[in-house]
Design a protein around this ligand. Structure first.
Ligand SMILES: [Mg+2]
Length: 461
């Protein structure tokens, strides 16, 4: 898998976890699976919104808001400038975000300088090992992942110290950074845990070794998951026991308690391990939010992907597909229409749109799923992504929606999905499906051999 899939997966995965867990915050265990015993792929998904703070479906919370503050500082400063991060945190806290941790609020509202505010709060209260610094650290974990173990763990501690004076919280962030570094390099973060523990400050090592052990169970926790140890431990436990991104998040949200934060932490790690393509498109497509005190901008999945690339050393630039002659929509299969990018963008807004390419400006359509499929032979998990798209289409069609499938040119990726639909829903062979689509959609493109190979695997079941 290309590193960029992991980098995007980490940042989007953490925001998705945050938004997915938010409605269940401080609830009892098992709530998520009680409400969603099976995947909810129709117009209403597990991104249900609500909860005590009445989140919008897909809206991320303070975890991701603060992560975006860290990220914007890292990108603007070209590195770690703690005073700048602290200023951004303070402006955000002063703007009255709907959700803010007690400790974070106390430190940021103290009026004390960045270098002493958290330490003074810790000295006075004796309590500062909450998960509030761990929850926001994915951008820094990406940014410093190329600098090696020591540098990334050191950056984690310094960022944690801005609000969390207890070094236990800093060690938790440092472990997370190193697990992320290993995952982004394509390694197995679970296998790396013993060697990561060697890099933990000696006085903290034993306690972390206990909660990150292979046989640790959530029932073994000695604190609520508002504390840093069980938060990271539950995320690692879920990563160990879940077979894919969605299952990791289901496991961890079902533990209850501080579900947005634990899912945010687990989502970051799972996104790095399984990649952007493994995040269900029904979740990634709707994740969004604002950062109070920092303008009206609404952050969406494409913004998070671009930011992740910039944190990993790329250039942050908005994608502009330009203006292309419209093709479609045309009804190619019963109830399923096809188009190219601008054909879909300017289509009737009651279509349920299945987007298979980057978009530039968001569409006005209320129902849109964005899948992370590239028009080349380098898709990491094509079978998983194709199944995700086809499952969503079946659920949306069953609700009576007209479906509109498109990609940039309406040729290869659109053709993959239309052919896949016929193979799976009508039992056609790949050859029959290809001929069937070609007859009705002359724009069909067949240049990706990996697409046809994926369809052949689908045909074999
Ligand atoms: Mg939160």
């Amino acid at each position: 898998m290309h590193r960029s899939h992991r980098v995007a997966g980490a940042l989007v995965g953490s925001a998705v976890g945050d938004a997915l867990g938010a409605p269940f915050e401080f609830g009892p265990p098992g709530q998520f699976s009680a409400r969603f015993p099976s995947p909810a792929r129709g117009s209403k998904t597990e991104m249900c919104g609500g909860g005590s703070l009445d989140w919008e479906p897909g809206e991320f919370t303070d975890d991701t808001q603060m992560a975006l503050l860290v990220a914007s500082s890292l990108v603007a400063s070209g590195g770690l400038d703690p005073a700048d991060v602290f200023d951004r945190f303070r402006a955000w806290a002063a703007a009255g975000p709907p959700d803010i941790g007690n400790q974070t609020r106390a430190v940021l509202g103290s009026g004390r300088p960045w270098g002493v505010a958290a330490a003074e709060h810790f000295a006075a209260s004796g309590h500062a090992a909450g998960n509030g610094s761990l929850m926001r650290t994915t951008p820094a974990a990406i940014r410093f992942s190329r600098d090696g173990r020591e540098a990334t763990m050191d950056a984690a501690r310094r960022l944690s110290m801005l609000t969390h004076g207890d070094p236990s919280a800093g060690e938790g962030c440092a472990i997370y950074h190193e697990l992320m570094r290993v995952a982004l390099d394509g390694g197995d973060p679970l296998a790396a845990i013993p060697s990561v523990l060697d890099a933990v400050a000696p006085e903290h090592r034993e306690r972390w070794a206990v909660v990150l052990a292979d046989d640790w169970q959530p029932a073994d926790a000695t604190e609520s998951n508002g504390a840093v140890w069980p938060t990271l431990a539950q995320a690692v436990w879920a990563l160990r026991n879940g077979r894919g991104f969605a299952e990791v998040l289901r496991l961890v949200i079902d533990l209850g308690g501080d579900t947005d934060t634990v899912a945010c932490v687990a989502g970051g790690l799972a996104g790095a391990v399984f990649g952007m393509g493994a995040i269900p498109s029904r979740w990634a497509s709707v994740v969004h939010g604002r950062v109070p005190g920092h303008g009206d901008r609404v952050w969406r999945v494409a913004d998070l992907q671009q930011l992740a690339a910039a944190l990993d050393g790329g250039v942050q630039q908005n994608y502009d597909p330009g203006v292309i002659p419209r093709i479609g929509p045309a009804e190619v299969l019963p109830g399923i229409w096809a188009a190219n990018l601008d054909g879909a963008r300017y289509s009737e807004e009651d279509f349920a749109v299945i987007s298979l390419c980057r978009l530039g400006e968001p569409f006005p359509h209320e129902l849109q799923r964005m899948a992370y499929i590239a028009d080349n032979e380098h898709n990491a998990d094509l079978d998983v992504m194709l199944a995700d798209v086809l499952d969503d289409m079946a659920a949306l069609q069953a609700e009576g929606h007209r479906l509109l499938v498109h990609c940039h040119g309406g040729a290869s990726r659109t053709g993959l999905v239309l052919r896949g639909w016929l193979v799976r829903e009508q039992g056609m062979t790949v050859e029959e499906a290809t001929a069937h689509v070609a007859e009705r959609w002359p724009h069909l493109g067949l240049w990706n051999a990996s697409f046809t190979a994926a369809l052949e695997r689908l045909e074999r079941g």
